[in-house]
Design a protein around this ligand. Structure first.
Ligand code: ADP
Length: 569
């Protein structure tokens, strides 16, 4: 590889690495941006879920807010004295009882326990009269709620510094334990039965929708679920089914110290921001992939063409050395023969004939070589000459066959010719046709060992609308991998037989050029050891043959193909 091509490859390599590195960095930073967008969106949603649970808690505390302002020692005194709470406390209780989230409010003094002994008093708050009314029995939830609150306060009371402590019995009731802060003791409990229907359908469901729906815009769906029973109570977007497998672990939120059996479950969807960043990531990946593929393609293409150029240059250099040698040899022979005759050293008629024959043969060899070189030069300069006329290929080939039959068979070859009847005309230069067939036959003779047979055959291929010339031999054959290259200029196979045979790798390249110049095609079928068949096809002439004949000048006489004799040498 020369310096400029290695420099070209090097700069291409650098360019390739730079493109990959830049696009890679770009994709990586987009990927990171996408990750951080997802993470911050998640964090955001986690905070919203937590906020939501505090909002729910606040919703329970709000109605009882005014109750928390009272001195519970004073409230107890009033109750013990008159059986009623102070007026203002009753008013606050009334306000709380009006809230739809609660059904009924019950009161029990700490010192009595109706749930253990039903003879002991327990009260319901009558919102109409704003008074406490003693009842004989209470719903089961009331006792459950009170029981929980009592046992909790037993543990908490020593350290508790507020006048009210709320305890939730799951989602069934909320109990406010009233604490006399002067004596640091519980004086009684207010039990608020929760209206579950309102809590779920009147409050939680609309609030979830307000805060997290619709999912296409917010990128998240949140379900309120009773995890003990496994049923979904409310959802921020009813269009999305709850699916346990898709729930994000980090988007699960319990309610703090309340609604124990209930949890919020979040599923993270693609928000518009994430969708946009995903799309841009994919776009970049596609662009990168295509660019890298295109660059690799270009690199491979450059490598192959550089390799071809190098091989051609090598073959060309070998050819020059070879041809110089081969031009000198016949010249030297002719010079020596000429000298001998000129000096008068050879006078005998028989010897004169031999010397004349030498000079004649060497001239043919020289002329043949020069013709080939001229052909190649003409093609290379882009000025090939062509004098086409309608041709009967069977006549041309038959003529060639007759002319060369004796010579070919004298070399020990079986020489056959076969043709279909009534072949259509083709358009071609007759000189070219002869060069084509003679080159192919020359090769058949050169590259055959024991099985000495050469066949010429003409066929009409109706399907492809062509006339085909088949040149077959039983020679050494051509390996599959070289079958394309043999038509390249200066290409010769690297086998011992070819090495021993004279040639410059020009014959088939000339044949291919001439075939194509006349609108035809050439292919080869061959198996090493079994022989080769070259198929040359020319398009059938459509139209009136006379028309062409009249228009066409007589063929120019550039070079007549030389005899094949020197190939036998
Ligand atoms: P050359 O002058 O070497 O014969 P050609 O262009 O005619 O050049 O052929 C190119 C190469 O193709 C030959 O060197 C030979 O290796 C191979 N080749 C051509 N024709 C035949 C054939 N009929 N059988 C086997 N090999 C062939």
């Amino acid at each position: 590889m020369n310096n400029s091509s290695s420099l070209r490859l090097l700069s291409f390599g650098i360019g390739l690495v730079a493109v990959i590195a830049l696009t890679g960095m770009n994709v990586y930073s987009l990927y990171q941006l996408r990750e951080s967008t997802i993470e911050s969106e998640k964090e955001n949603k986690r905070n919203h879920l937590e906020e939501f649970t505090y909002q729910v808690r606040h919703r329970f505390q709000e109605p009882s807010y005014n109750l928390r302002k009272f001195d519970m020692g004073y409230v107890e005194k009033s109750f013990l004295k008159s059986g009623d709470f102070p007026y203002k406390f009753e008013k606050a209780l009334y306000e709380a009882s009006k809230d739809s989230i609660f059904n009924n409010i019950y009161f029990t003094h700490e010192d009595v326990n109706h749930c253990q002994d039903t003879t002991q008093p327990i009260y319901i708050f009558n919102a109409d009269s704003k008074d406490l009314e003693r009842v004989n029995s209470v719903p089961e939830q009331v006792c459950d709620g009170l029981g929980l609150a009592r046992s909790r306060m037993k543990v908490l009371i020593d350290d508790y510094r507020w006048n009210i402590k709320d305890t939730f019995d799951t989602h069934r009731s909320m109990t406010l334990s009233m604490i006399d802060m002067d004596d640091n003791k519980v004086i009684g409990h207010l039990n608020f039965l929760i209206d579950q229907d309102y809590l779920v359908n009147g409050f939680l469901a609309p609030e979830l929708k307000k805060k997290f729906g619709p999912s296409q815009q917010t990128g998240v769906v949140v379900w309120l679920r009773n995890w003990m029973l496994g049923d979904v109570l409310a959802s921020s977007d009813e269009n999305v089914e709850f699916d346990r497998d898709h729930i994000q672990r980090d988007l699960r939120q319990r309610f703090p110290d309340m609604l124990d059996n209930w949890s919020l479950y979040g599923q993270f969807l693609e928000s518009p921001a994430i969708a946009a960043s995903n799309a841009s990531l994919i776009r970049n990946l596609v662009v990168l992939g295509t660019a890298v593929l295109a660059l690799f393609g270009a690199l491979i293409f450059m490598y192959i063409t550089a390799k071809r150029e190098r091989e051609l240059a090598q073959r060309q250099a070998g050819f020059l050395a070879n041809v110089t040698h081969e031009l000198k040899t016949p010249l030297a022979t002719m010079q020596a023969a000429g000298e001998n005759i000129f000096d008068g050293r050879v006078t005998d008629g028989e010897r004169l004939k031999t010397y004349g024959n030498h000079i004649y043969n060497e001239t043919i060899r020289l002329r043949k070589m020069i013709d080939k070189l001229l052909d190649v030069a003409r093609f290379d300069s882009g000025q090939p000459m062509v004098q086409q006329a309608p041709q009967k290929l069977d006549e041309v080939i038959h003529e060639y066959y007759d002319k060369h039959y004796t010579y070919v068979t004298s070399k020990g070859f079986e020489f056959n010719f076969k043709t279909e009847e009534n072949l259509p005309l083709i358009m071609a230069d007759p000189d070219h046709l002869e060069t084509i067939v003679s080159n192919l036959v020359e090769n058949a003779l050169k590259y055959s060992l024991d099985k000495k047979i050469v066949g010429l055959e003409l066929r009409k291929n109706e399907k492809n609308k062509v006339v085909e010339l088949w040149v077959k031999d039983g020679g050494i054959g051509i390996p599959k991998k070289s079958q394309k290259q043999i038509f390249d200029k200066f290409y010769r196979l690297e086998d011992s037989m070819t090495a021993r045979t004279k040639g410059h790798g020009l014959g088939l390249s000339i044949v291919k050029n001439l075939v194509e110049l006349n609108g035809g095609e050439i292919t080869v079928r061959s198996k090493p050891g079994e022989g080769s068949t070259f198929i040359v096809s020319f398009p059938i002439l459509i139209g009136d043959a006379h028309e062409y004949k009249e228009k066409t000048e007589p063929y120019f006489d550039t070079h007549k193909q030389a005899e094949l004799s020197d190939y036998a040498q």
